[in-house]
Unconditional design. Sequence first.
Length: 247
Amino acid sequence: MSRKSRREAAQALAEQEAATSAEIDEVTADDSEVEIVEAEEAAVELIMDDKSAPENRAEDGPLDETEANPVRPYVDLGGVKIVPREGLHLRLEVEEGSKRVVAVGLDFAKSTLQVQPFAAPRSTGLWHEIREQIADQIRKQGGTTTEVDGPFGPEIAAEIPIAAGAEGAVAGQTTRLARFIGVDGPRWFLRGVIAGDATVDPEAAEKIEELFRSVVVVRGNDPMPPRDLIPLHMPKQNPGDPGTTAV
């Protein structure tokens, strides 16, 4: 694939953040409430570059499956595992055509965190260049971006235009704030998009950042081309695992 094609695919991935999801179903796994929503079909190819991750990532997260506590209870969603906690609501975003799960949405502390895991090379990362592509796409949509140093390294603070009548928009609101974060791990890349109180309130931000750190990425041993979305699926829990309480 040419560099131009990879850039176009990355831009398409950035456009997914502006897509409006529609609720289509809701299921419960043990005590965990998981909502399934439709998401626009999204390209999942990203562009490789040097790794970007906190120095203490292997200790504080986000964690690789080999680094996680094997006896800690998790909600198993395939490519990621989530620590259940009271007040956390899970949403699975699926492509309209294929019904493939393409993202996990986490509602917590009056904020939302969308996470997506991607396969990556062992020695190089994805975040540096995809970050530039996200910023460029937001500017083309009429939004503004600022690159800042966050708890996970460089991130994008963005103000994104809201289409009239968009789902969840407050009357008179024309833009929304979002934080785009990313961490390159061993053979994977985890991207997060933060919205809600965590974009402006330090206390809410700390809770959402801890939630992102607690995510465990399950890369698996199967060969996967770099930039492919690591498969996600409906939750699997062991009997007796503590559940996630819906908001």
